[in-house]
Write a protein that binds this ligand. Structure first.
Ligand SMILES: *Cc1c(COP(=O)(O)O)cnc(C)c1O
Length: 374
C-alpha cells in the first residue's frame, strides 16, 4: 500500500487540487464520473457510490425492499460485514456452509437453507475468488431470490468472462484502502443493471431525497466523497495491471509451494478468474506455520479466525444447520503476503521460508525463477 501511494503521490495531490478548485465536496462531478467509469469497467448499467462496503450491501438490500420478516442466506465463512448488512436492515442472516475446496458458498448447503421466508442470497467472492454463480443463480431463479454479490474483495474478478458486479442482480463493492481498488479512506459502491434498484439506492444514500428537500423514503447519509471518487478515478485505470501482478505472484506461490506436507493451496471454479485479494493457504499446523514465519520476520494474517455465528454479536442467531467446513477453516487458513508492489525477491524469500518451516530444513532461494515469471 505504501509503495502504491508513493508511486502516485504527485497524481493524488493533483486530484486533491482539482477537487479543491472545483469547490464541491459532496455528490458532484467526480462521483458522477467515477460511477460511470466503474459501471463501464464492470460492464453494468449503474454504479451508485456510497460510504462503505457495508453500507453498499445494506443499501442494496433495502433498495430491494428486504427487511424484517425476511431471511437472507449468507456463507458461514466470510467477513462479518456480510452478516451485519443483513442484520442492519432488520432481516435475519441464515448461514449456509462453504465448500472445502474453494471456501466459497456451497450450493447444496444453500439449497438446504432455503425456506418460504428466504428473500435473497448473498454469495461472497471471498479472497477475490468468484463464487459458483451458475449453481447459485439457478437456485435463486427457481425460488425467486434476489442475488446480491458481496464483491468487496473481487474488483475485476471474472466468471465466464463477466466481471464481478454483473454476476447476480446487484453487487456491493468496498473501497477500503487495502482492497484491490482502494480509496484513501472509506468508500463503497452498488453496481447493478436494475434501473429501479439503482434509483432507489441513489435516493436512499442521500436522506431518501428524490429532489432537494423532497423525501419519498426514510433514507440515510452514506455517500462517496468527491475527494475519494477523484482518488479512485486515478487508481481504476491501474486495477487490471495490479490484478495481473497479483496473479503472477499467486502463480509463483503455486509453483514453489505445491505438494508441501499437508499444505493446501487456494482452488477456484473452472469458470472463475480470481484476483487474489488474498492468497490463503491451509494447514492443520497453521499456528505453527504462522509462528515459524513470524520468527523469520514474515507477517501473515488469518482471514478469519472466528466465524460470525460464533461471535457474541450473533450469539442469538444460532445457525439452522451445522457448519463443519466453516468451523474447520477458521483453524486452518493462513493468508501469505501478497500485494501488487511485492517484489520478486520478497516473494522468493517468503516461499523459501514456508518450505523451510514446513520441511524443518533450509531451502535455498532462486530469485532468477521469479524474475522469469514476470
Ligand atoms: C471489506 C469487506 C466488507 C465491508 O467493506 P467496508 O468498506 O469495510 O465496510 C464486506 N464484505 C467483505 C467480504 C469484505 O471483505
Amino acid at each position: 500500500m505504501a509503495d502504491m501511494l508513493r508511486a502516485t503521490r504527485q497524481e493524488l495531490a493533483g486530484a486533491f487540487e482539482r477537487v479543491l478548485a472545483a469547490g464541491r465536496l459532496i455528490l458532484d462531478r467526480e462521483v458522477a464520473a467515477f460511477e460511470a467509469e466503474f459501471a463501464a469497467y464492470c460492464g453494468a448499467r449503474h454504479c451508485v457510490g456510497v460510504g462503505s462496503g457495508l453500507d453498499a450491501l445494506a443499501i442494496a438490500l433495502r433498495a430491494r425492499g428486504i427487511g424484517p420478516g425476511d431471511e437472507v442466506i449468507v456463507p458461514g465463512h466470510t467477513f462479518i460485514a456480510s452478516w451485519l448488512a443483513v442484520a442492519q436492515v432488520g432481516a435475519v442472516p441464515i448461514a449456509a456452509d462453504v465448500r472445502p475446496d474453494t471456501c466459497n458458498l456451497d450450493p447444496d448447503s444453500l439449497a438446504a437453507a432455503i425456506t418460504p421466508r428466504t428473500a435473497a442470497v448473498m454469495p461472497v467472492h471471498l479472497y477475490g475468488n468468484p463464487a459458483p454463480m451458475d449453481a447459485i443463480n439457478r437456485l435463486a431463479a427457481r425460488h425467486g431470490l434476489f442475488v446480491l454479490e458481496d464483491a468487496a474483495q473481487a474488483h475485476g474478478a471474472r466468471y465466464r468472462g463477466r466481471r464481478a458486479g454483473v454476476l447476480g442482480n446487484a453487487a456491493a463493492f468496498s473501497f477500503y484502502p487495502t482492497k484491490n481498488l482502494g480509496a484513501l479512506g472509506d468508500g463503497g459502491a452498488i453496481v447493478t443493471d436494475d434501473d429501479a434498484l439503482a434509483e432507489r439506492a441513489r435516493q436512499y444514500r442521500n436522506y431518501g431525497a428524490s429532489a432537494k428537500y423532497i423525501h419519498d423514503i426514510a433514507g440515510t447519509n452514506s455517500r462517496l466523497d468527491e475527494l475519494q471518487a477523484a482518488f479512485l478515478r486515478l487508481r481504476l485505470p491501474r486495477l487490471d495491471a495490479e490484478n495481473a501482478r497479483r496473479r503472477v505472484l499467486a502463480a509463483f506461490y503455486r509453483e514453489r509451494l505445491a505438494g508441501l506436507g499437508d499444505l493446501r493451496l487456494p482452488e477456484s471454479e473452472p469458470e472463475a478468474e480470481p484476483v487474489y485479494h488474498l492468497f490463503v493457504v491451509r494447514s492443520f499446523a497453521r499456528d505453527a506455520l504462522a509462528a515459524g514465519l513470524a520468527q523469520r520476520g514474515i507477517g501473515t494474517m488469518v482471514h478469519y479466525p472466528r466465524p460470525p455465528h460464533l461471535q457474541r454479536a450473533f450469539a442469538a442467531a444460532s445457525p439452522r444447520m451445522p457448519l463443519p467446513v466453516t468451523e474447520a477453516l477458521a483453524g486452518e487458513v493462513l493468508s501469505l503476503p501478497l500485494w501488487p508492489a511485492m517484489t520478486d525477491d520478497h516473494i522468493v524469500r517468503v516461499a523459501a521460508a514456508v518450505r523451510e518451516v514446513l520441511a524443518g530444513r533450509p531451502v535455498s532461494s532462486r530469485p532468477d525463477r521469479a524474475r522469469s515469471a514476470r
